[in-house]
Design a binder for this molecule. Structure first.
Ligand code: F6P
Length: 355
């Protein structure tokens, strides 16, 4: 049996651990298994770039960050668009056949899962594995990569705390997460942030400045504001993405983080600084939690292959590894519910959500 593996979209810690878990279990459970590594995500499937892999390729990669297969972003909305005379879908289908694949493991986030469903609808045998630091894939309690990113973001907040305190500054930290605020929420609770701004809860600049001022009135002369990359204020939240971008360009504040830092300074005169750890939270070795999760997910994918169960994505539900049909999860974003217990937890300890 010939099994292809690809990793697509933004990388995250745990991709290699998942590949390793899947491969080791495939060699154990599937007769005459051959594994084909597809290069740089869907790019490799579109352009026929792949290589035969051997058991030794999967040794020593449990702790390695990134992906040994390479990755790329191939936007779903362009999948059906012919570019440079290339019909991407037809190419992927014919390369799948040319590579002699019986099935394909696809490790990726929301966009990747949409294309996985498309390929499944086109008749390919695919299994999705949920990766992303954003933890925003519907149908799974957790994605691999998320908890490592939480650990790194928490470390950032811890380190910023000490310098904020020494200089009596308001430090505004931007954490990745364009649509969903899970990473910001978890790391903020873990790092003891004072003000937390999520895409799901549009902010009011006055409320944020008031929270900083209130802390100062109580003698706390520094504050830690953690802002998700995709945060927006109440007015911006009513606008379409393009209109929002235009408004921000006109204001000369491209990010919510920049706007919040400037706003606090202008409104209450505090010295502010912006910190953007950016891709640092996606880099490096997976945490032990993610190594375990990735291994469980990879092994479960091998079990699905052994059962010829395709058109699904692996998931964790109530601590049980399971799977969902792709049509039930692909392309559905798991946002932070505004009444989520973690938000109530934050509010109960005096955290402001800027609303
Ligand atoms: O989807 C994961 C993610 O890290 C998001 O949190 C972030 O908005 C985006 O990827 C950044 O993408 P890129 O690596 O293409 O800059």
């Amino acid at each position: 049996m010939k099994i292809g593996i690809l990793t697509s979209g933004g990388d995250c810690p745990g991709l290699n651990a998942t590949i390793r878990g899947a491969a080791k279990a495939i060699y154990e459970q599937v007769d005459n298994a051959q594994i084909v590594g597809i290069v740089d995500g869907y790019h490799g499937l579109i352009h026929g770039e792949s290589h035969k892999m051997h058991p030794e390729d999967f040794s020593g990669i449990l702790t390695r960050g990134g992906t040994i297969l390479g990755t790329s972003r191939q936007p779903y909305k362009k999948m059906r668009v012919i570019e440079d005379n290339i019909d991407k879908i037809e190419n992927m289908k014919s390369n799948y056949k040319k590579m002699g694949l019986d099935c394909l493991l696809i490790l990726g986030g929301n966009g990747t899962h949409k294309t996985a469903k498309l390929l499944s609808d086109e008749g390919l045998n695919v299994i999705g594995l949920p990766k992303t630091i954003d933890n925003d894939i519907w149908g799974t309690d957790v994605t691999f990569g998320f908890h490592t990113a939480v650990d790194i973001a928490t470390d950032v907040i811890d380190r910023i705390h000490t310098t904020a305190c020494s200089h009596k500054r308001v430090m505004v930290i931007e954490i990745m997460g364009n649509k969903a605020g899970w990473l910001t929420l978890y790391s903020s609770i873990a790092g003891g942030a004072d003000i937390v701004v999520l895409p799901e809860i549009p902010f009011d600049l006055d409320k944020i400045a008031n929270s900083v001022q209130k802390r100062a009135d109580k003698g706390k002369n520094f504050s830690i504001v953690v802002v998700a990359e995709g945060a927006m204020d109440k007015k911006e939240a009513k606008l379409k993405k393009k209109e929002r971008a235009k408004l921000r360009e006109e204001r000369g504040e491209i990010t919510a983080t920049a706007r919040i830092a400037k706003g606090i300074n202008e409104k209450i005169g505090f010295d502010t600084r912006v910190v953007v750890p950016g891709h640092i939270v996606r880099g490096g070795s997976p945490s032990s939690y993610d190594r375990v999760l990735a291994t469980q997910f990879g092994v479960y994918a091998a079990e699905l292959i052994a059962k010829r169960c395709y058109g699904v994505s692996v998931a964790m539900k109530n601590n049980i590894v399971t799977h969902n049909p792709l049509e039930e999860v692909a392309g559905i974003t798991k946002f932070v519910p505004v009444d989520h217990q973690m938000i109530r937890t934050g509010r109960m300890i005096g955290m402001s959500f800027g609303d």
